[in-house]
Design a protein around this ligand. Structure first.
Ligand code: IMO
Ligand code: MG
Length: 426
């Protein structure tokens, strides 16, 4: 397959970083198409753990061209900080291209993210606080700046003053600090100096690369249930993490995405607010949280924990078409005595077969569970499917049967080697 998309199947933090890194060694290009530094992709490289936010996960492979495509929102200061951090670790020879159509995330977006959350009080979304929503709002309301604007100084100045005519009123209404054009031009100066040479029409570049038969990996950020349109709105992010949005977000035809692999974690997590049908609380949740290191990569917040949710997976399977998937963090469930699996939803006394489209409905779901015995023990040494304990294989096969997914990769530990590959798809 010349191109492959990585699809988070739940509420983000499924382990996309590890699988993207695994496939990146077979890829010519690794492309981010949406989101921004709200993403946190953990990767182990030469015994060290890195948390990438904006940079595509191909940066550890010197042969890979890393592309930040049109649909991404880029905080240039955060990008430079990430690049400097890698450089200080001796990782500086990576190739990077930035789309001239990608949005620039400005300091006032971060201020507005905080101000809005505060104004919402108990109804807050629990965002990552990185300004992602306000930046996408400006894109949609056409007062946003784009990376390409950095290339012509007079135009950049013009766009900034147009934006500030609106943004300063909003900031003042919230009692937040307002900005001058000069001050923001100064803030953008390091980016203009250091990033300009990477900024190109990535849509055109990617079209040529695909025509030449280059292998392209589309690195997903967030998860399907955080989709602005198809997730648990309003408790979602402000872009679409669905693989079906990739062609639009990269300026490519429908045929550009040949295949997608889902990334499914063996339990669910969610950071931030919003309904979560299979949520578990108390001691058991804490046990899984600790065993799975379920604390935010970006914000360090403890993640909410839930059992694997089959109706949720079936919903994502239906709206994305994803069938092949990686099953992540299987080793973590070796730490509990009994594993539960959410196999169905009941709403107002009736069984339902989909994720409802409104919050009042999702909040009132009563999940049905199936209990299965755990294998209770360490499986991180298992190199083949057959080596897995019978209880683990029974669990995997049950999930495959009920969800319609095929687990082509099974991750049994954080290390690159702790990965069982059942089918070669890229
Ligand atoms: P990766 O790529 C988990 C969540 C936030 C919040 C909601 C809106 O690491 O899987 P935002 O700052 O985007 O406006 O926040 O979306 N969220 C994520 N949760 N993993 C992510 O990315 C996320 N990106 C956003 O916690 O609930
Ligand atoms: Mg995350």
């Amino acid at each position: 397959m010349p191109s492959l998309a990585i699809q988070g199947m739940q509420w983000g933090d499924e382990g996309k970083g590890k699988i993207t890194d695994y496939f990146a060694s077979h890829a010519d290009l690794v492309v981010r198409t949406q989101g921004g530094n709200n993403a946190g992709h953990s990767i182990e490289h030469q015994g060290k753990r890195y948390a990438l936010r904006l940079l595509p996960s191909g940066v550890f492979q010197p042969h890979v061209v890393n592309v930040i495509a049109d649909g991404v929102v880029v905080n240039p200061a955060a990008l430079l900080e990430e690049m400097d951090l890698l450089e200080s670790e001796g990782i500086s020879s990576f190739h990077l291209l930035l789309s001239s159509r990608a949005s620039i995330l400005m300091p006032y977006h971060i201020a507005l993210d905080a101000a809005r959350e505060q104004a919402l009080g108990n109804a807050k979304i629990g965002t990552t606080g990185r300004g992602i929503g306000p930046c996408y709002e400006d894109r949609a309301s056409r007062v946003g700046l784009r990376l390409g604007d950095l290339l012509v100084e007079s135009y950049l100045k013009e766009r900034l003053s147009e934006a500030l005519a609106i943004k300063n009123r909003e900031l003042a209404a919230f009692g937040a600090k307002t900005y001058t054009v000069e001050e923001l031009l100064a803030w953008l100066e390091p980016a203009r100096k250091r990033l300009s040479s990477y900024i190109i029409d990535t849509s055109e570049y990617l079209s040529h690369a695909l025509e030449e038969g280059k292998k392209v990996l589309f690195e997903g950020a967030q998860g399907a249930m955080l989709c602005l349109t198809h997730g648990t709105y309003p408790y979602v992010t402000s872009s679409s993490p669905l693989c079906t949005a990739i062609p639009l977000n990269a300026g490519l035809p429908l045929t550009a995405v040949n295949h997608a692999i889902g990334i499914t974690k063996v339990y669910c997590t969610r950071v931030g607010a919003g309904p979560f049908p299979s949520e578990i609380e108390g001691e058991l949740a804490q046990k899984i949280r600790d065993a799975g290191h379920e604390y935010g990569t970006v914000t360090k917040r403890p993640r909410r924990i839930g059992w694997l949710d089959i109706p949720e997976l079936r919903y994502v399977h239906r709206i994305t078409g994803v069938k092949d998937s990686a099953l992540m963090l299987l080793d973590v469930l070796g730490s509990v005595d009994e594993i539960r699996l959410c196999t169905g939803y009941t709403l107002h006394g009736k069984a339902i077969d989909t994720m409802p489209s409104t919050i009042p409905e999702v909040s009132e779901i009563v999940p049905t569970y199936l209990s299965m015995p755990s294998w209770k023990g360490d499986i991180s040494h298992c190199k083949t499917y057959e080596e897995l304990p019978l209880e683990a294989r029974n669990y995997i096969e049950k999930v495959e049967e009920l969800s319609g997914l095929s687990f082509v990769i099974i991750s049994v530990g954080a290390d690159r080697d702790a990965t069982i590959v059942r089918k070669d798809i890229f």
